[in-house]
Design a binder for this molecule. Structure first.
Ligand code: COA
Length: 167
């Protein structure tokens, strides 16, 4: 069956930073499952189905990458998939404390899987989904940081919101 890695996140929306990690991981693992969190404390701009669909469209060229939504605990999803690795990207030292806590807790909940950290390519080290949404909503250009499909979805979604709030 091979080694399965789970790459979990909110992906609201998927950015080139995420895609970069996924492309590199797809060379290392037999299968990468991009796990889109349905239950999130974050107030998302895109619904779970939309986040899944955008990720699917962006990642379509990777034969061993699939996108799935998950509800509830990540640990349960990891176990249900029979995954051996949980993949997380590290952008800066500031990510580390939270990520280390998450990894420790997940190890307790699902001991058969380990968290693997991958450094983000420098060019994307300052990219985050909320910054991308904010820039797009204020009329800024985010083409450099997201796939054209995501760019179009952002312009549609947050662009409309801004225009609607204009007097
Ligand atoms: N490139 C660009 N941006 C990146 C990135 C990369 N390589 N890696 C992370 N980010 C950004 C994300 O866009 C996100 O930005 P935002 O905060 O502006 O939205 C931020 O870094 C971190 O988010 P993300 O990687 O999406 O993870 P998350 O913190 O939103 O999600 C879950 C964390 C979903 C994995 C976690 O909450 C979870 O497991 N939830 C399920 C419930 C559970 O099991 N809880 C117990 C955990 S022990």
């Amino acid at each position: 069956m091979g080694i399965i890695a789970i790459y979990p996140g909110t992906f609201d929306p998927i950015t080139n930073g995420h895609s970069d990690i996924i492309a590199r991981a797809s060379q290392l693992f037999d299968q990468v499952i991009v796990a889109v969190a349905a239950s999130t404390a974050k107030n998302t701009a895109f619904s779970t189905d939309e986040r899944v669909e955008l990720a699917q469209q962006v990642l379509v060229q990777h034969g061993n990458v699939e996108v799935q939504r998950f509800e509830g605990l990540l640990a349960h999803f990891v176990r249900a998939c029979g995954a051996k690795a949980v993949l997380r990207g590290l952008r800066a030292v500031s990510d580390f404390e939270y990520e280390f806590q998450l990894a420790g807790m997940n190890k307790r909940l699902v001991p058969e899987a380990d968290t693997i950290f991958m450094p983000t390519t420098e060019h994307y080290s300052y990219v985050s989904s909320s910054l991308i949404r904010e820039i797009a909503s204020l009329g800024g250009d985010v083409k450099e940081f997201v796939h054209p499909i995501v760019n179009a979805a952002l312009v549609e979604r947050v662009g409309k919101r801004i225009n609607a709030s204009k007097p």
